[in-house]
Write a protein that binds this ligand. Structure first.
Ligand code: HPA
Length: 238
């Protein structure tokens, strides 16, 4: 396929950095660019999925929204990896806690992602229901978190296809049977794409709500609290 791709309006190589941070919300990508990047330049506005490249401490990095859910991050991450020479994608998202061991605003580094999703099966024929992040990226992110003195909770996450689940006892079953401590909706597909394209991916999450205690954060609180996770990920600039 030629560039621009159907979903990313960039016609030249080198405009998008080798490392891309992906929040779900494109406005959060804009917030990161406006708040943390030096000389940010917007490279995408197709479907409002804003993407920016700039520097952080003088080193190049891009940030772009992924949208919600595996079909959405599946499209954007595949195009970045396969057609724009992107090597590393770090998802920086929100998640729901499946256990009272996790508090609101805790920062999680995903050790692996379990899913019932057919994404990997349809994409590459893989029967695996667990997809893995890059150990190398996870090690780097752990190191940066340590330097920044931000506590990281390492655990398996659930990449869910259904936000509004009507089945009683479902999340408890996923937690107890598959060992997932938190839920989001994207990482399984991101990790599957990294695997099939030979690239690297990782995922940092901030707890935005709890399915156990039913505590929630406001949009405004999230904007500020999520900066810890962003700072860890921004250290990936190179
Ligand atoms: N479910 C799925 N994804 C999420 C949640 C949730 O409860 N909270 C934040 N992302």
């Amino acid at each position: 396929m030629n560039i621009p791709t159907p979903h990313i309006g960039v016609s030249e190589q080198g405009v998008i950095a080798k490392t891309v941070l992906m929040p779900g919300d494109p406005l959060r990508a804009k917030f990161i660019a406006d708040t943390f990047l030096e000389n940010p330049v917007q490279f995408n506005h197709v479907r409002g999925m804003l993407g920016f490249t700039g520097t952080y401490n003088g080193k190049k990095i891009s940030v772009m929204g992924s949208g919600m859910g595996m079909p959405s991050i599946g499209i954007y991450s595949f195009e970045l990896f396969e057609f724009y020479g992107v090597e590393n994608i770090i998802r920086i998202g929100s998640c729901g806690a499946y256990t009272d061991e996790l508090e609101l605003y805790d920062v999680i580094l995903a050790t692996d992602a379990y899913s019932e999703s057919a994404y990997a099966k349809v994409q590459s024929g893989s029967e695996d229901d667990v997809m893995l992040p890059s150990p190398e990226l996870n090690e780097k992110l752990e190191g940066f978190a340590k330097e920044l003195e931000i506590e990281l909770h390492k655990c398996r996450i659930h990449s869910n296809d259904v936000f509004y689940n009507g089945q009683e006892g479902y999340f408890e079953m996923v937690r107890d049977k598959h060992g997932c401590k938190a839920v989001e909706m994207e990482s399984f597909a991101l990790f599957a794409n990294a695997k099939t394209t030979g690239k690297k991916a990782a995922c940092l999450l901030t707890v935005s709500d709890s399915l156990v205690t039913h505590k929630v954060t406001t949009a405004e609180e999230r904007q500020n609290a999520f900066t810890e996770m962003m700072k860890i990920a921004l250290e990936m600039a190179e």
